[in-house]
Design a protein around this ligand. Structure first.
Ligand SMILES: CNc1ncnc2c1ncn2[C@@H]1O[C@H](COP(=O)(O)OP(=O)(O)OP(=O)(O)O)[C@@H](O)[C@H]1O
Length: 143
């Protein structure tokens, strides 16, 4: 549960912006430790998503990573309150509107690439394209 800022009030993956001088993978490791106090030796990049918001010139390129193992116990941070859900009780109504499209693909063990154009209200999807892929993920979104 994201407690502040962008996506506040929604169940969200741990994550954030890549910092100067680090790779996307390093950023994912850092955010996981900062927001949940756990570490992992293995993060697999399984999804590449692009988000746009109406009347906002910036697009968000989000790389989704998965791990099945971790060290430590997830703990609440200033930014996040972690919570576990079983696969059949994922609270999609309290998540980003796009999550219900791509998270099931991830849970089936597949990789995916997609783009979602959202309204300014951050909850209405204007346009959506998403595909599961068997090949390597592209390293970034080609606009
Ligand atoms: C629009 N549809 C979306 N659907 C699903 N997930 C979305 C998302 N948009 C952002 N996310 C995720 O939300 C987290 C915070 O994103 P982000 O913008 O970087 O905010 P955050 O304030 O945490 O960044 P810093 O920690 O300050 O770097 C991060 O895990 C990112 O993957």
């Amino acid at each position: 549960m994201k407690k502040r800022g962008f996506g506040h009030g929604k169940f969200n993956g741990f994550g954030g912006k890549v910092e100067e001088g680090e790779t996307i993978l390093q950023g994912a490791h850092r955010e996981l430790e900062e927001e949940a106090f756990v570490t992992t030796p293995e993060l697999h990049r399984v999804g590449l998503l692009l988000f746009t918001f109406e009347n906002d010139p910036k697009a968000l390129e989000v790389h989704v990573f998965l791990t099945k193992t971790y060290n430590g116990e997830p703990k609440e941070s200033e930014e996040m309150r972690p919570e576990w859900f079983s696969y059949d009780a994922i609270p999609f109504d309290t998540m980003w509107a796009d999550d219900k499209y791509w998270l099931p693909i991830l849970l089936q063990g597949k990789r995916f690439v997609g783009r979602f154009d959202l309204k300014q209200d951050q909850s209405t999807i204007i346009k959506e394209e998403l595909k599961a892929i068997d090949t390597e993920l592209p390293s970034e979104w080609e606009l």
